[in-house]
Design a protein around this ligand. Structure first.
Ligand SMILES: Cc1cc2nc3c(=O)[nH]c(=O)nc-3n(C[C@H](O)[C@H](O)[C@H](O)COP(=O)(O)OP(=O)(O)OC[C@H]3O[C@@H](n4cnc5c(N)ncnc54)[C@H](O)[C@@H]3O)c2cc1C
Length: 503
């Protein structure tokens, strides 16, 4: 790809309203900000913009501002490779936003970010060797157009505007308030209120300890239990290294390695000895729960550890709320909402002033952007991923999809390195176009669902398999590998194995 445009975008193209950039990044979350950092570092002459539909940076961490919102990954691996993390291992949403702000400041990224800009459509023209990107500006409804040589999709995996809100019988007669954590009302006062939180995952388990002291009582209503782990808020090693005044970038790297090793061991156990891991998780919870607590009923998941994310409760704060009697758990299904609360299948009625529906996301494929390639609409369900980074038959487009079970951001750095290698390779070849293409030896390759339910079967993924692209049965058409594998594979990926066609 020959890149001659200046580093800041300028109006250009068919009409004065069309702005051209070398690279157009969609999304100003952890992925988009990381992608911009790597792009700018490796290719300082390339012009780029970051478009985001929301009115601020942070993606997930801007959308989710409910009480207690925090990471469940450690921030040494959730933080970028290039920017040391200075806080506790598990961080509040606001601390993550502050960290992202520091990256934006250090890299002077703010001038590249355009908020309120929702990408609606992207059309590739082989003749022009560029994408035309149609954008709707959220604050005034204005229609804007960009052209770009390369589209870098950092849009995350779910719809930020529309959370997954199941409709239960009788909801309309409930006299209280129903809220979703994705749309938490800023002024919601829970003091003295009876709250029922529907859900059992990370969101429910972070929200409950955060509101338990203020509310009269919080009930976690779950259909089925999840796995929990209660690590310390900050790794002992981090405390020691900081006490010894070790340089921050060393501490960051050492802790990244420590957490990665811990995680790899967890992954190994999950694959090789799932029963052992199950027993370990159960045993580690026992001493933290109130005496006589029905662990079998409330904390014994029906799936193997690893098939969904393990929820992290630092210092066991969820369990402390249970011990103090500020929170309780009901494991049952919803029969109906009533005027006063929720009746579950056992017949018990859970009275509530506020019901929090921690029911998760609506998955969104590539930010719900309508793609066309040379006037042909792209049907993603017919496409295959190239290393979880590009899509068959779609030229000059990369996407960032992080890890589900490990820190998302570890993959942002890895993917950005590979995109950088592809850019450099194109430059060497004098190519302006790269298209992942099935090779003759891939003909008849068995296509697999986006996520194998045996491997990862979270509800929001299973609900959306039918709209997602596929993976193949061999490299480079696979994705969702473990981080330990990708650390080896991605940096060495052969860019001339015939699966990427350059012109
Ligand atoms: C409460 C919560 C806690 C989490 N904790 C962790 C954790 O501890 N560890 C972990 O690894 N993962 C965690 N995750 C997963 C998390 O989503 C990822 O870690 C990561 O934040 C994803 O970043 P992203 O930039 O790829 O996408 P997002 O954060 O989803 O950001 C994408 C951005 O793209 C924008 N966008 C999307 N489509 C368009 C469009 N068409 N046009 C313009 N803009 C668009 C959106 O507005 C959004 O701002 C958590 C998720 C939630 C909800």
């Amino acid at each position: 790809m020959t890149m001659t445009e200046p580093a800041t975008a300028e109006p250009r193209g068919d009409s004065p309203d069309v702005e051209h950039v070398d690279v157009l990044i969609v999304g100003a979350g952890v992925s988009g900000i990381g992608a911009a950092h790597h792009l700018q570092e490796q290719f300082p002459d390339r012009s780029f913009v970051i478009l985001d539909a929301q009115d601020n940076r942070g993606g997930t961490w801007w959308t989710h501002r409910y009480p207690g919102v925090r990471s469940d990954s450690d921030l040494f691996t959730y933080g970028y490779r290039f920017k040391p993390w200075r806080g506790p291992s598990i961080a509040a949403g606001e601390e993550i936003l502050n960290y992202l702000d520091e990256v934006i400041d250090q890299d002077d990224l703010e001038r590249h970010i355009r908020y309120h800009q929702r990408v609606a459509a992207a059309s590739w023209s082989t003749e022009d060797r560029r994408w035309t990107v149609e954008v709707t500006r959220g604050d005034d409804g204005e229609h804007l157009r960009y052209t770009t040589n390369f589209l870098w999709m950092c849009q995350g995996y779910y719809n930020h505007a529309k959370p997954y809100q199941p409709q239960w019988e009788g909801m309309d007669r409930f006299q209280g308030l129903v809220v979703h954590p994705q749309q938490w009302p800023e002024d919601l006062d829970l003091s003295g209120k009876r709250v029922v939180v529907i859900g059992s995952g990370s969101t429910a388990s972070t929200l409950i300890p955060a509101i338990a002291q203020e509310a009269a009582h919080v009930t976690m209503l779950q259909r089925s239990p999840s796995y929990f782990l209660a690590p310390p808020l900050t790794h002992e090693l981090a405390i020691t290294l900081r006490q010894l005044d070790i340089p921050e970038d060393w501490t960051h790297e050492i802790l990244r390695r420590a957490y990665t090793a811990q995680f790899n061991e967890l992954a190994r156990l999950a694959h090789e000895a799932p029963d052992e891991l199950h027993a370990f998780l159960m045993e580690s919870m026992k001493p933290l729960l109130p005496e006589g607590f029905d662990i079998e009923k409330h904390f014994t998941p029906r799936y193997r550890p690893w098939q969904q994310r393990i929820a992290i409760v630092p210092e066991g704060d969820l369990f402390a709320a249970l011990r103090e009697g500020k929170a309780s758990i009901v494991t049952d299904t919803i029969d109906t909402f009533t005027e006063k609360g929720i009746r579950v299948s056992s017949g018990e009625e859970l009275e509530a002033d506020v019901v929090v529906s921690a029911t998760g996301f609506n998955l969104s494929v590539m930010g719900d952007v309508a793609f066309t390639v040379d006037d042909e609409p792209v049907d993603f369900t017919e496409r295959v991923t190239w290393r979880g980074l590009m899509i068959s038959g779609i030229p000059n487009m990369a996407y960032v999809f992080g890890y589900f079970r490990h820190s998302w951001t570890l993959r942002v750095d890895l993917v950005s390195d590979l995109v950088g290698r592809i850019f450099a390779h194109m430059e060497d070849k004098g190519a302006t176009m790269v298209v992942p293409t099935l090779r003759p030896e891939d003909a008849g390759m068995q296509l697999r669902p986006w996520s194998d339910p045996e491997n990862f079967n979270a509800g929001y993924v299973m609900r959306s398999q039918h709209i997602l692209f596929k993976q193949g049965d061999r490299e480079p058409w696979t994705h969702m590998l473990e981080h330990a594998q990708e650390m080896e594979i991605l940096p060495k990926a052969d860019l001339d194995d015939g699966s990427l066609v350059y012109s």
